[in-house]
Design a protein around this ligand. Sequence first.
Ligand code: KG4
Ligand code: ZN
Length: 350
Amino acid sequence: SKPFTVLGIETSCDDTGVAVVESTGKILGESIASQAGIHENFGGIVPGLAKEAHAANIQATIADALDKAGMDVRDVDAIAVTVGPGLEICLRVGCEAAKTLAIAHSKPFVGVHHLEAHILMSRLNSSLEFPFLSLLVSGGHCQLLRCDGIGSYEVIGGTLDDSLGEAYDKVARMLNLPVGGGGGPAVEALAKNGDPSVVKLPIPMQHRKDCDFSFAGLKNAFRMAVNKMKEIRGLEEGGDLAEQDKADLAASFQNVAIKHLEQRLKLAISNTKRDTPAIDKLVVVGGVAANKAIRESLSNICEANEWDFFVPEARLCTDNGVMAAWAGIEKINCNISDVPTTQEVFARYP
Ligand code: KG4
Ligand code: ZN
């Protein structure tokens, strides 16, 4: 069939992302307005501020993406938008903008699920076919899913408390690292120069042989390790550790987090051996999938088990407009669309 184009809008969290993508997988234009800096001093994302920033940036971001694609909105074939899960007041900004465009220009309209959009990024410009196993690791989620087709997903493991992205963000804060737009990249960069054997942290969930995750215990152990290190160095609790101490702590955290992921993945691989149809592919998606050390370790486990391994380009792992557009394309290819006038947003979206 003839290639078509979709304008995708993503505003579920703290980035306003818009992109125009062709059904062939070609990204024609993309634009992102980051809120790094806005939430820096608040210990987390402030929904009201995030909503205001989305509202202030959405029209310019749409215009920029179209401009980069060399297109007018009249030229795109459909509009797609993230409708959940996420911050409700933020989702609404993107959804209203998308509905307005779809109605004004009589374009087909598709509401997309944020997690499904993360997962489907693994099929953008790749040969990946269903079924496959997904490890979704983001700021909001940590899940293992069996994926059998568009809209057909079974959660086989989730987190009992925090997500891995949240743990990375907390670790960044405890080490006084820059957290604008997520602390993960700063922790990863620091961990490269650290020795993980200097600080001992416990691997979570050693007594549970299922596919669930937990990061709260690790986070607390990390907090205690930071305080102990400060005590050893004769620092006040608010004092700042030397770079090498921070690097060793970061390396230790990342090392244990990866061990936890590896153990859960090995269990999932052995559990799915009995499933039909059989699975022999893993995709790792979501913001944390941008992490090089995590990509490498999970890719090695797949290789050892003769599984294929897929991961989106690092810059497309974190939230962006391409994922909304591509998920829209995948749904349109399955003849799925929605009615813009009745579209709602869903803070929780199972
Ligand atoms: O998918 P995402 O952009 O937003 C959600 O849907 O939650 O994920 C954001 C999360 C943040 O917690 C951020 O710190 C983390 O992904 N992240 C990373 C890296 N890049 C982003 N974590 C570890 N290493 C990275 N390189
Ligand atoms: Zn996300």
